[in-house]
Ligand binder design. Structure first.
Ligand code: GLC
Ligand code: MG
Length: 247
């Protein structure tokens, strides 16, 4: 049995500093027999694989793509995971409701999937404005009696996901599937869609280049198990591997 489940976001976390990434890749290669490597990204699988090629990313054991709405484990879909997502998820009804919101622009088809409905905001919103918008959206969903997780990232990206999906949910699912304890899991991220996995009962590391929405959340919650690294991108993951009691 391996000792660590390492779940990392790609853009602006694992990817962004080629030198640190090369160093992390070397470390992970020496630890290969001890670490389950999983990429958890907002990208589609095609987009994530393209980034893997461009940046020389190691082959992971799992791909959690579409903000933790699709799981590919050792090259295969995971039917038990998919079944969880079907509950209370009505994508067509959500799409119909939000087609009336003029400030939302549907993302391209390549970014849509059966368990992810994604938009961009016509005008970016930060801080209190972003929170107000999210509340208005939540109220709209309640009124229409629809359930969805609302994930807001980088001031302009909005994902709607089944309640059981998300990067945190998929990390917890894999922890259980692999029979690991919470202190054998490390999640790494930089933006709003990483919040659910960085707030889990396991270890987390937030890169120094974290986005404002993630920092705002961290200032409120300050989880004991989350390292706010002073190092950026893959350097922060190396920092976590060096300093947290993981291996
Ligand atoms: C990635 C995805 C996009 C999503 C965003 C935030 O950029 O391509 O669909 O909205 O991550 O989760
Ligand atoms: Mg990111």
């Amino acid at each position: 049995m391996k000792d660590l489940l390492l779940v990392t976001d790609l853009d602006h976390t694992l990817v962004g500093d080629r030198q640190a990434l090369a160093c992390l890749n070397r470390t992970l290669q020496t630890l290969r027999s001890r670490v389950h490597l999983v990429y958890a990204t907002g990208r589609s699988l095609a987009g994530a694989r393209q980034l893997q090629q461009e940046e020389g990313l190691l082959e992971p054991e799992g791909w959690a793509t579409g903000v933790g709405s699709t799981l590919l484990w050792r090259g295969e879909p995971d039917p038990a995971w998919d079944r969880r997502l079907q509950r209370c998820w009505d994508r067509p009804a959500l799409g119909a409701l939000l087609s009336g919101w003029s400030e939302l622009i549907l993302q391209p088809t390549s970014e849509q999937s059966p368990y992810k409905l994604s938009y961009e905001l016509a005008a970016p919103r930060m801080g209190a404005e972003a929170r107000q918008f999210e509340q208005r959206l939540q109220a709209g969903l309640r009124q229409a009696d629809l359930q969805a997780q609302v994930v807001f990232s980088s001031g302009y990206q909005l994902d709607l996901l089944p309640m059981a999906a998300g990067k945190g949910a998929v990390s917890g699912y894999l922890q259980q599937k692999l029979g690991l304890r919470a202190d054998q899991v490390l999640c790494c991220g930089d933006s709003g869609n990483d919040r659910s996995m960085l707030g889990g009962p396991w270890w987390g590391v937030m890169v120094s280049n974290a986005r404002p929405e993630l920092l705002a959340w961290w200032r409120q919650v300050r989880p004991d198990t989350l390292l706010r690294s002073h190092r950026h991108h893959a350097g922060a993951i190396l920092h976590a591997l060096d300093t947290l009691p993981l291996l």
